[in-house]
Design a protein around this ligand. Structure first.
Ligand code: EPU
Length: 341
């Protein structure tokens, strides 16, 4: 049976650790559990405001939430397919993403290692198409199992049907509020396929001297630990903003003025380039600075942090100030990567 907790502070449910009260949090731990809830008490709750929370690592509540928070605590990783080259696994929506990565690298499987140590749940890995070091979840997702809220029928979406893009998917667009993800299937490779071309990954792997999924995982963890704050110690939600994808001509103009600005090609979009918001915020001098109790991380300017007791409103005041300064200086609109509620 789903567990229903009434009147609860969400600070412990989000990595930002900003306080906000919710009417209730509903935790389900199997698809049948979820279906039972949706056919029963859920009918009433879903008449009001509701949202889904995964590990809470990408969400900021700026006010109390007068509604229902649905959370999967369903766990489990199982093998559902195998051929000579691949192993396909199904992970339950409430699995901790990094536990799934560890499961694959321990078995020498390729595909998830660059996505090590991303704070996320399995469900959110598909919603957000999490990505790091040149790899995105879409590169290994085979299909996503969902419950449709109108029919309470279990359905599957293929990778193409998920319409993945940079931190985008159908679950944030036309299926938002219409389905709940129950599990995700990932296809991992049995033969070596390292992706080492992003940033300082290759030298870090060479330092470790182990080009295996485990070795790459170690290198990614080392890079992330050196740049990104541990949410257990300092509240944050990873990158606060997205990196904008702009017309190539606009980026070329910017490069004339800022030749050191990092620029990335965008697969499948030859007329566009992606630029680094972290670099722009850093160039504005915000790194390590604060506005009230909300700050910009001292080692990665794309990450906003809760310096202790910051409310969601304080974090947003800092975010809005930064957006304005980026617009004024670079003429570029940036938008949050974090889900603001
Ligand atoms: N940079 C600076 N100063 C900064 C931050 C970055 O100059 O304070 C420069 C870096 O030197 C580099 C470039 O900007 O040349 C990009 O920085 P980095 O490699 O650290 O990556 P990012 O673009 O800031 C993205 C993802 C991260 C992911 C890293 C590595 C987004 C919104 N963020 O960050 O994902 O870990 O690439 O692949 O795309 C997340 O989504 O929460 C997240 C942490």
């Amino acid at each position: 049976m789903a567990r229903i907790i009434e009147n609860i502070d969400l600070a412990a449910y989000t990595s930002f650790g900003a306080s906000a009260m919710a009417d209730r949090v509903v935790e389900w731990n199997s698809t049948s559990d979820l279906l039972g809830y949706l056919a029963g008490e859920g009918k009433e709750h879903f008449g009001g405001k509701w949202t889904i929370l995964g590990e809470g690592c990408n969400t900021l509540f700026t006010e109390d939430y007068n509604g229902t928070i649905i959370r999967s605590v369903a766990k489990g990783i199982e093998v559902v397919g195998e051929d000579e080259q691949h192993l396909t696994i199904r992970a339950a929506a409430g699995e901790v993403w990094d536990d799934v990565v560890a499961w694959t690298t321990e078995r020498g499987l390729w595909g998830a290692e660059n996505l090590s140590a991303i704070p996320s749940s399995v469900g959110a890995s598909a919603v957000q198409n999490i990505g790091a070091y040149g790899v995105e979840a879409k590169d290994i997702i085979v299909r996503v199992e969902v419950v449709r809220l109108d029919t309470l029928v279990v359905e599957y979406l293929s990778n193409a049907e998920c319409r993945f893009g940079y931190r985008e998917s159908i679950f944030k667009e036309s299926l938002a509020g219409k389905v709940i993800i129950t599990s995700v299937e990932y296809r991992l490779g049995k033969t070596a396929a390292p992706h080492l071309d992003y940033g300082t990954l290759r030298p870090e792997v060479e330092k470790i001297g182990d080009i295996t999924p485990e070795g790459i995982r170690k290198a990614v963890v080392a890079i992330r630990e050196s740049k990104l704050p541990d949410p257990k110690k300092i509240g944050n939600a990873g990158s606060f903003f997205k990196n904008p994808i702009l017309p190539r001509g606009q980026v070329e103009e910017l490069l004339k003025e800022y030749p050191t600005m990092p620029v990335y090609e965008v697969a499948g979009a030859p007329d566009s380039l992606k630029i680094a918001t972290g670099w722009m915020i850093d160039t504005l001098g915000w790194k390590g600075k604060a506005l009230g109790r909300a700050g910009v991380h001292s080692k990665q300017a794309l990450v906003l942090v809760n310096l202790g007791g910051a409310t969601g409103t304080e974090v947003m005041a800092l975010a809005e100030r930064i957006c304005k300064e980026v617009k004024d200086r670079f003429g570029v609109e940036i938008s949050p990567e974090v889900n603001i509620l």
